[in-house]
Design a binder for this molecule. Structure first.
Ligand SMILES: Cc1cc2nc3c(=O)[nH]c(=O)nc-3n(C[C@H](O)[C@H](O)[C@H](O)COP(=O)(O)OP(=O)(O)OC[C@H]3O[C@@H](n4cnc5c(N)ncnc54)[C@H](O)[C@@H]3O)c2cc1C
Length: 459
């Protein structure tokens, strides 16, 4: 509960229309894409960077918790006020694209700009911003930077961090910092922008982002390969990618996921297949596209592909991607609740990871459909619970085993969704006590009073 004097000060600072403590507004900012709910004590919408500065300085002085928030589409509770305090929302007044510099291929944006809106605007100028999280219609670029979001195009184009050139941010004491430069080369000083990327709102509030852009490729084409076993499909992924082809996307569905989509939508999918791979290549001339698809087909067939289809028009392209896009919702046929994580391993370790997931599924007697971004080693594992009340503990134990396996294979707890609240307790599986201490010291250097999104990320 916020003291009346604080509420009065903040309300006067930004105006009553930008500061809420009424129950309806608190409810509206109590959620993200997890199913957890945490009511904040207030929601504040800074109108500009000076407001952010003053809000933070005031809250720092009075030790009031601040939780930065973009669109609230996070999967790990990063934008939830689990320990009270204020939600600082960037969605209302920080939604402008400030500059698209077509000479230097750079854009400057405010953090509340929606990813897809930004992509559309740069594409109108023949340019291209590749990071495309599946939440691109809702999620903000500030949230994307803070979670280091990735998407289907990561296999070829990388993830958000590969496009962040510079950031402006406000420290909890109200100081403005500029991190990074508009230049491709910049080796002066520590890489503070690198520390802020994926910092999940725990270190500073990002108020401006400078992003790298590319020229938009003129052509793209997709194909699908059907495999009898998941091992063959995974071998085909890394062998084709080691052959010199870098597909834009290389996605997979396992047998349980294929069956789920087929049961829901009757699309004629190969329900007996161990796995399907869906891939896309791009380029600027037809020969480039043909060569890449030829290479992929060769390596797929050499590794047990029993059917290879190339989309010949936009409708077929749409049909090939249908199964992947609808996998997440379809697997609900296996249980009322899913524990869904996004472990990531080096590509060539995918067969070992998926074998282990199969064994864990059997040992715990829980269905675990898997699908995801094989091109970058990022698998969405979904532990399905038919009766969450009695199976939750068992499901969490199974997930911990999967985390341990990913880490043993030199992978990570999360390739996309971050740590937040949901995975905070697993951080010591992935990091030594010394590494955790280093993280805490970094947090202290930015935020000595621990007001900014505290207790997240296991800190
Ligand atoms: C259907 C669906 C599909 C998804 N698909 C993907 C996917 O393909 N790839 C992927 O990577 N993620 C995916 N996500 C997760 C989520 O969309 C991303 O993590 C996204 O980057 C979050 O953006 P947001 O604006 O919603 O941020 P929020 O959820 O509001 O916040 C996320 C974190 O960022 C911090 N934050 C936000 N803005 C700022 C700021 N300006 N300064 C400092 N900290 C800030 C918050 O404190 C919080 O810790 C998906 C989510 C959903 C619901």
């Amino acid at each position: 509960m916020l003291e009346a004097t604080h509420a009065q000060y903040l309300s006067q600072l930004v105006g009553v229309e930008n500061f809420y403590t009424d129950p309806a507004h608190l409810q509206a900012y109590a959620y993200d894409a997890t199913r957890e709910r945490h009511l904040p004590d207030g929601v504040i919408f800074p109108r500009n960077e000076e407001d952010v500065r003053q809000i933070l300085a005031y809250c720092n002085e009075h030790k009031i918790i601040i939780v930065p928030r973009g669109a609230g589409s996070g999967f790990t509770g990063g934008a939830l006020s689990a320990h009270g305090g204020l939600i600082l929302s960037l969605e209302k007044h920080f939604d402008r694209i400030l500059e698209i510099d077509t000479k230097n291929l750079i854009a400057r944006v405010q953090p509340g700009v929606i990813n897809k809106h930004f992509q559309n605007e740069v594409e109108k100028r023949g340019l291209f911003y590749p990071p495309d999280p599946a939440s691109q219609d809702q999620s903000t670029l500030g949230g994307n930077v803070s979670e280091n979001a990735g998407g289907m195009r990561a296999a070829k184009y990388g993830i958000t961090k590969d496009y962040v050139m510079a950031l402006r941010a406000i420290l909890p004491n109200g100081d403005v910092i500029r991190a990074g430069k508009k230049t491709i080369k910049d080796v002066a000083g520590f890489n503070v922008a690198g520390i802020l990327i994926a910092s999940e709102g725990c270190l500073a509030v990002i108020t401006e982002i400078t992003l790298k852009l590319l020229a938009k490729p003129k052509l793209k084409q997709s194909a699908m390969g059907v495999f009898a076993t998941i091992e063959e499909a995974m071998e085909a992924v890394y062998k084709s990618m080691a052959s010199g082809v870098t597909p834009v996307a290389m996605e997979f569905l396992d047998n349980l996921s294929i069956r789920a989509v087929e049961q829901r939508f009757s699309k004629g999918l190969p329900v007996d297949a161990g796995a399907i791979l869906i891939t896309q290549v791009d380029g600027s001339v037809v020969e480039q596209i043909t060569w890449q698809l030829d290479q992929i087909e060769k390596h797929f067939r050499d590794n047990g592909c029993i059917d290879f289809r190339i989309a010949q028009n936009s409708q077929q392209e749409e049909d090939l991607w249908f199964a992947r896009r609808n996998a997440s919702q379809s697997i609900s046929i296996y249980g009322k609740k899913k524990l869904n994580e996004d472990v990531t391993v080096p590509r060539a370790s995918l067969p070992a990871l998926l074998k282990k997931v199969g064994e864990i599924s059997q040992a715990y007697n829980l269905p675990i459909p898997c699908f995801g971004h094989t091109g970058d080693g990022n698998v969405h594992v979904n532990i399905m619970l038919e009766d969450p009340a009695t199976q939750l503990e068992k499901g969490q134990e199974a997930m911990e085993e999967i985390f341990k396996c990913a880490i043993a294979l030199e992978g990570t707890l999360s390739g996309e969704h971050g740590i937040g609240l949901s995975k905070a307790k697993f951080m010591p599986l992935a990091f030594s006590p010394q590494e955790m201490e280093l993280f805490r010291n970094i947090k202290k250097a930015f935020d000595p009073n621990n007001i900014l999104n505290p207790y997240k990320m296991g800190l």
